[in-house]
Design a protein around this ligand. Structure first.
Ligand SMILES: *Cc1c(COP(=O)(O)O)cnc(C)c1O
Length: 447
């Protein structure tokens, strides 16, 4: 197919997510055709490093022989069968595997298709949990700058004004704690033990004074979509202790952080936290197919057991819940983690990345550099001394990302935060290529 026609049809028929289509239609479109390892190739034959893991989900690279084979094998059996009241082989095997590799208290798996749905399901189960136990509670505690996806429940838990402000009249009520990173930077000059304790005190005051709290929800260790804003160490652990102490549920969203992104399979491991709900998505299938999961505890699950007529069951499901192909490739994804020792090999890469990230501090237009494991954000500012941002309409982040394409690096920023979320299988040379291209592109803002 001629790429000029594809470009034209793309602009004519396709409404893209999170995209100002007026601007999109005025610019050159980037249309991918195939992938191989950490590289993507577009319809014009250009080659790019996929430095954002195709929106934070690719793990072992594109076109991986083992993942491909798992799909082919499953496809020859059956592509999809319903799990509403019946079951399928890969979904069963995957549920067992997920329970084995996740924090100990998590023993049940509820499937869905996207991260937002995994959160939506946690919200509904948590809410109904209290009702099934005969208590009426309706308030969720969340964080400012939180991001949990774009369906309305997930948006209600969210706290990014730019994405969520428009819908505030049709969202449910929440209590919002400050965003830890912003709060700590402003009041304590950075992430510290002291700041962590101050945040936990705010939470404890709320928990102490109310008896209508359903759950506290938060991302794991870092607020990704807000621009890679890490928590103080031990914050997640502190929230777990307080929610236990006051008998409130805890929802941890590991959609972005799960599957090795922070250096361990799940971030929760690093603070020895077992939440009541763990939401998974993105890397669950290695970046192959849409699949998400909400893991929960025996205690929560048991609150939904009863005779049929008691109507305690969870009335929720989707047509493709537990899809056979997606579960088969997710199982293969977990096998590849073991076979290729992905997490072991990742540790020196995280070290190397943090070394190279230091170089960004020297650049004129870099105001902050943040990292958790293999997730990183480089914040661009117009005036470094005074910390003045570029005007929103200038799209500086996008300009820098477009510039990187000239060096064969594919990026998508969050506003003016340049995000680095490379597939876990990148080698040093790829890290170098990405860092060098980004430094060059940021420097080119001067001219
Ligand atoms: C991406 C993301 C989501 C939403 O996942 P989708 O698959 O895009 O619906 C939820 N939570 C976090 C932390 C995310 O990064």
């Amino acid at each position: 197919m001629n790429w000029r026609i594809l470009e034209q049809w793309d602009k004519e028929y396709f409404w893209h997510p999170f995209t100002q289509m007026k601007v999109y239609r005025e610019e050159e479109n980037l249309i991918f055709e195939r992938g191989e390892g950490v590289y993507l190739y577009d319809v014009k034959g250009r080659k790019f490093i996929d430095a954002i893991s195709s929106l934070w989900c690719n793990v072992h690279g594109h076109n991986h022989p083992k993942l491909n084979q798992a799909l082919i094998d499953q496809l020859k059996k059956v592509a999809h069968t319903t799990t509403l009241g019946s079951s399928n082989v890969p979904a069963i095997l995957l549920a067992k595997r997920l329970v084995e590799i996740s924090p100990k208290c998590l023993t049940k798996v509820f499937y869905s298709e996207d991260g937002a749905e995994a959160v939506e399901i946690a919200i509904k189960i948590a809410y109904q949990y209290w009702r099934n136990k005969g208590e009426k509670r309706k308030i969720f505690i969340t964080l400012s700058e939180a991001y949990h996806g774009d369906t309305l429940g997930a948006v209600s838990l969210g706290g990014i004004d730019l994405f969520h402000g428009t819908y505030k009249d049709i969202l449910f009520e929440t209590i919002k704690l400050p965003s830890p990173y912003i709060f700590c930077k402003k009041n304590y000059g950075g992430l510290s033990e002291e700041c962590k304790n101050a945040l936990l005190e705010i939470l404890e005051e709320i928990l102490k004074s109310r008896d209508d709290i359903v759950a506290v929800s938060l991302e794991a260790g870092i607020q990704g979509a807000a621009g890679m804003l890490p928590f103080p160490k031990g914050f997640l652990r502190g929230v777990r202790e307080l929610t236990k102490k006051y008998g409130v549920l805890m929802i941890v969203d590991e959609v972005a952080t799960g599957f090795g992104r922070t250096g361990t399979m799940f971030y929760c491991e690093q603070e020895d936290v077992c939440p009541d709900f763990m939401c998974l998505g993105k890397g669950l299938t290695g970046g192959y197919l849409p699949l998400a999961a909400t893991l929960t505890t025996e205690e929560v699950f048991n609150a939904f057991l009863g005779e049929f007529g008691e109507m305690k069951h969870f009335y929720h499901g989707h047509t493709y819940t537990g899809n056979n192909l997606a579960c088969a490739v997710a199982l293969a994804n977990l096998e590849v983690f073991e076979e290729e020792k992905t997490l072991e090999k990742l540790q020196p890469k995280i070290e190397y990345l943090s070394q190279r990230l230091k170089e960004f501090w020297e650049l004129d237009f870099v105001g902050d550099v943040r990292q958790l494991g293999f997730m990183a954000g480089i914040e661009l500012v117009k005036d470094k001394e005074k910390g003045i941002p570029f005007p929103y309409g200038e799209r500086t982040g996008f300009k820098v990302a477009y510039k990187c394409r000239e060096k064969g690096v594919f990026l998508r920023p969050l506003g003016d935060v340049m995000v680095l979320m490379m597939p876990l299988v990148v080698e040093r040379e790829h890290i170098d290529q990405v860092v060098d291209a980004l430094k060059w592109a940021i420097e080119s803002l001067k001219t």
